[in-house]
Write a protein that binds this ligand. Structure first.
Ligand code: SAM
Length: 253
């Protein structure tokens, strides 16, 4: 598992950056456009300029449609691992995730942020939503079960899985009162529509603690996420940074 952690950020990430650049180069000279990729304008940084690399562990590496990339999983776990309470004997903190899906990110947060409880929220499969969701993301909402990756690993990692609190609801209508101002990390990866990006970002700003960081996924990939994050930066000049070679955007204090 430690090797997989190393592999994700030190092998997979640099190689995927090279192959992405080559693919973009050949597309450009061939006059083709990647319809799934938008132009981005947020300042780009290497993840190592935002945090110091620490040894992390990863499991459930096989990527399903809807999961973050292996390099992104490694990088968000690096952020989780570097939270101030991640190492004993400090106190217990909270990480909040919007968008559980199969629980791959949730489980890996729990493995790497030792003293943190992970709260993860997902939309029940057949619910109506307060705001518009993208038609093409309904396949991630309609599923048999949320969080199956941590559920099936409960016997293998009992201490880590015990720290996960699974919640259900529409992120636009959920009552977050007990978590406000208490989360050292918020991971926003729910609906990708513009309306939800704006609403979930507002929520993330309310949830984060004084030192809290926010990470968004799918910048440059879903139009609503890209537009929403660029608007937030234009309106607030808060210092959002795009992590190079990923679709992650991070806000650090
Ligand atoms: C792309 S998946 C998250 C992937 C996950 N972070 C991973 O890499 O394993 C998006 C998730 O957000 C959930 N979702 C979509 N709209 C939502 C809403 N309005 N409220 C809460 N969750 C929502 C979907 O059900 C889906 O499970």
């Amino acid at each position: 598992m430690r090797w997989l952690g190393f592999y994700s950020t030190e092998v997979y990430h640099p190689i995927s950056m090279i192959t992405d650049s080559l693919r973009d180069y050949f597309r450009r000279i061939g006059g083709k456009k990647d319809k799934r990729q938008q132009k981005t304008s947020l300042p780009r940084i290497h993840w190592k300029s935002a945090i110091q690399r620490k040894p992390i562990v990863l499991c459930e590496l096989q990527k399903a449609d809807g999961n973050v990339r292996i390099s992104e999983l490694g990088i968000i776990c690096q952020f989780a691992r570097s939270l101030k309470g991640a190492e004993p004997p400090q106190g217990e903190g909270l990480i909040f995730e919007i968008g559980t899906f199969d629980g791959r990110t949730t489980l890996n947060f729990a493995l790497n942020a030792e003293n943190y409880k992970i709260v993860t929220l997902d939309l029940p499969s057949k619910s109506q939503t307060e705001l518009r969701v993208e038609p093409s993301e309904k396949k991630y909402i309609k599923k048999h079960i949320s969080g199956e990756r941590f559920i099936k690993n409960a016997a293998r990692f009992p201490e880590s899985v015990k720290k996960i609190r699974q919640l259900y609801g529409d992120s636009a209508a959920f009552d977050y009162a007990e978590f406000e101002g208490k989360c050292d990390m918020v991971f926003v990866d729910g609906s990708h529509s513009y309306e939800y990006l704006r609403k979930d970002s507002e929520t993330a700003f309310r949830l984060r603690s004084k030192e809290g960081i926010i990470i968004w996924h799918d910048y440059g990939v879903w139009e609503g996420v890209t537009r929403g994050l660029e608007e937030i930066e234009r309106e607030t000049k808060i210092g959002l940074k795009h992590i190079a070679g990923t679709s992650l955007v991070v806000l650090k204090r």
